[in-house]
Design a protein around this ligand. Structure first.
Ligand code: GDP
Length: 147
């Protein structure tokens, strides 16, 4: 069964361009519930760990420099089939290939400064969410709550 949450980052370029509001609006309007969120600045070691799978790629150093260049928003988003549904609304990694109306088409500046990150599997959604949030910072809509 597909998972019910994914993990996202609003990257430094989008934060710097005041796109937090419009991006969150798009997320909510697409039926996602925000179950965890904070504004932070990544340390180099954290960014390197997060993007470890890309360490041999030519763009790795630039990516680490960019991701540590300013504050980012990290968040957990809930919806049935969240990983796939979110990848649909963010669009292709390269904004020039992203479909009209997607977050990257609307807000990305380039392939590297592509506005947002979205987990690519349920397994990575868990790893990435656990990397940034403790249990007491998460408020799932799928669990009983009294507020
Ligand atoms: P994503 O899952 O769509 O974010 O794409 P990837 O996991 O393949 O890449 C991670 C991030 O590295 C992307 O979101 C981009 O910011 C960056 N990136 C990926 N490919 C390239 C590239 O060819 N050039 C540059 N400059 N950055 C890239």
């Amino acid at each position: 069964m597909a998972g019910t949450y994914t993990f996202t980052i609003i990257k430094p370029g989008a934060v710097n361009n005041e796109h937090i509001g419009p991006i969150l609006n798009k997320i909510n309007n697409s039926g996602f519930h925000i179950s965890a969120m904070k504004l932070i600045k990544l340390r180099t070691a954290q960014a390197k760990k997060f993007y470890e799978v890309h360490r041999d790629k030519p763009f790795y150093n630039d990516l680490i420099e960019f991701m540590t260049s300013g504050p980012i928003v990290v968040a957990i988003l809930e919806k049935e089939n969240a990983v796939e549904e979110y990848r649909k609304i963010i669009g292709a990694t390269d904004p020039e290939k992203a479909e009209e109306g997607t977050i990257r088409k609307l807000f990305a500046q380039s392939m590297q400064k592509n506005a947002v990150h979205g987990s690519d599997s349920d397994e990575n959604a868990k790893i990435e969410s656990d990397f940034f949030f403790s249990n007491s910072e998460r408020f799932s809509i799928f669990e009983e709550r009294d507020f």
